[in-house]
Design a protein around this ligand. Structure first.
Ligand code: GLC
Length: 531
């Protein structure tokens, strides 16, 4: 039996001891016991983190062994890190959860001595796009691209003739099977996307046919996951980069996997003899003893079989109501898209039990039915609406230092039309903390598993995404959990650290496009197709 750590002892103790928040009001006994129960459900002890990591390591390994594992471990065909000398003019587009970004990278290098310029435009995705059709999606993207090219006087400088096109890198932050770097079959939509006619299809073929229909003078050179882009963009300025991780709407990471032939480090990678020889040549030319390939783990899908994750009834509800129940189990407990929704579901449950917002909720039905008219008039209908609360709301109330938590009161008023009492504010602050802490602690498991499997003992994890960047306490909580998992004590001084990624979506994919063209010139066309 593993030894009991001091943190586990605290875990069996009161929630108050674990909270970092200063206290404002005592909770009435029924809210206090509700909080104790929630704490039991949401707190992930050190021992549990270690169990999760053990299973995580197995799933990562299975993903490298065969196609179709639970964690896909997608091959990216990005070989090695960038030299930092890549030069030229490249277009980059990034299809994110809320925006489409188009970016032009011009010049040489991208490190401290590099001379490059970046021009970027953000186009907000219409809310309806997420559930529309393939045709709508590609039309929106190619329209934005056409606007960008014309706004920057690029349309006339290039033609559609093969050698006169502007090279384009596509950051596609969804799981895709890539037989080549310039192609990708969407395995499934994640992050609430549900666009018909794309799953199981080659997204690059669909995109190319829309580019051709519009006569756009661009050449799609590579399709890259956001995690891979973040890693490559950051590795240049920071040679200690060991992985790229996104803690945003979704959660996922990429790392560089050594390609060893015997015993096979990636058994599912089937290369011909001449391809292994080309890899050897590539290693010699680029000074790598063993060539490495970026692997996009897609570990948001970890434990879809629910063997080890400590799921609560609220996680079950998030999953049930999502467009893809049974998928992205890990992501649905830890990523930004879902944290606010989990919070909302807990509140709704307590309102139904008449434990919270009692001034507003007299007529909310206890059996979970529709809100009564009176409650609607009082504003509780806002709380009833899925995804009304985002992660920004959670971090704002957790970090509120205004007198009497004025900011929190204003937020409740503005977003939910509620006026919580002092104990209700106290309760909500602690709940926000509980959910965010669980998310950060779970997030540490993925990187711990990668590092343990790869024997990585130190380095920087280039992190991007709204949770990593906008939630001030996330990085520290993540580091503490990593320290517990790897037995370092306080992980904030540990040898594996989270750093802020360079803008992965723009620089990363443009650099990868440049690396790809340079590799083709060197004649190492593995994972590139024939032409
Ligand atoms: C989801 C996507 C994955 C992406 C991550 C972060 O998990 O499936 O491809 O990297 O979100 O954006």
């Amino acid at each position: 039996m593993p030894p009991i750590s001091s943190l586990d002892l605290v875990a069996s103790d009161s929630w108050r001891q674990r909270s970092e928040l200063s206290s404002m009001a005592d909770l009435p006994p029924d809210l206090d016991s509700a909080m104790s129960a929630l704490d039991q459900q949401f707190w992930v002890s050190t021992a549990k983190l270690k169990d999760i990591v053990a299973r995580f390591r197995e799933e990562l390994k299975e993903g490298l062994e065969k196609e179709g594992g639970n964690i896909p471990m997608n091959l990216s065909w990005v070989l090695g890190l960038s030299s930092g000398r890549e030069k030229g003019r490249f277009l980059a587009i990034d299809l994110g959860g809320t925006n489409l970004r188009v970016c032009l990278k011009d010049g040489s290098g991208h490190g401290p001595n590099g001379k490059h310029t970046l021009t970027q435009t953000k186009y907000t995705l219409p809310a309806t796009l997420k559930t529309s059709s393939a045709d709508h999606l590609w039309t929106f993207i190619t329209d934005a691209l056409a606007t960008f090219l014309s706004d920057h006087n690029l349309s006339d400088k290039y033609t559609t003739a093969p050698s006169h096109r502007l090279p384009l890198g596509f950051t596609f932050s969804y799981p895709a099977t890539q037989h080549r770097i310039d192609h990708g079959i969407l395995q499934r939509w994640t992050k609430g996307f549900d666009i018909a006619g794309v799953e199981g299809e080659d997204v690059t073929a669909q995109f190319r046919s829309h580019l051709a229909a519009k006569n756009l003078p661009v050449d799609l050179v590579c399709l890259v996951n956001d995690t891979v882009g973040a890693m490559i963009a950051s590795a240049y300025n920071d040679p200690q980069t060991i992985a790229g991780a996104i803690f945003g709407t979704g959660c996922n990471a990429a790392y560089m996997q050594s390609l060893v032939r015997e015993p096979a480090s990636v058994p599912k990678l089937e290369l011909r003899e001449d391809e292994w020889e080309a890899l050897d040549r590539e290693g010699k030319q680029t000074g790598q003893e063993t060539v490495k390939m970026a692997i996009n783990c897609e570990y948001g899908a970890f434990d879809n079989a629910l063997r080890v994750l400590p799921r609560t009834e609220f996680d079950d509800a998030v999953d049930r109501e999502s467009p893809r129940p049974g998928e992205q189990a890990f992501e649905k407990m830890s990523a930004g898209l879902y944290l606010g929704e989990i919070f909302r579901l807990v509140l709704v449950g307590l309102v139904r039990r008449e434990l919270l917002f009692t001034q507003n909720s007299k007529s909310m039905s206890k059996d979970g039915g529709e809100l009564g008219k009176e409650a609607e008039e009082r504003g509780l209908e806002k709380l009833k609406k899925p995804y009304t609360i985002d992660t920004g709301f959670l971090s704002a109330i957790e970090d509120d230092e205004s007198p009497q938590f004025r900011q929190t009161r204003d937020l409740f008023n503005k977003i939910l039309h509620l006026s919580p009492s002092d104990p209700e504010i106290e309760f909500c602050r602690r709940l926000a903390e509980l959910i965010a802490v669980r998310g950060a602690r779970l997030c540490a498991c993925g990187i711990a598993a990668i590092c343990l499997n790869e024997g990585i003992q130190q380095g920087h994890v280039a992190a991007d995404g709204s949770v990593a960047n906008k939630h001030p306490k996330f990085k520290r909580r993540w580091a503490e959990a990593l320290g517990e998992i790897l037995d370092w004590g306080d992980g904030n001084d540990g040898p594996i650290r989270l750093t802020s990624a360079e803008d992965g979506s723009g620089v990363g994919v443009a650099v990868i496009a440049a690396m790809t063209l340079e590799r083709a010139q060197r004649g190492v066309r593995i994972g590139m197709g024939e032409s």
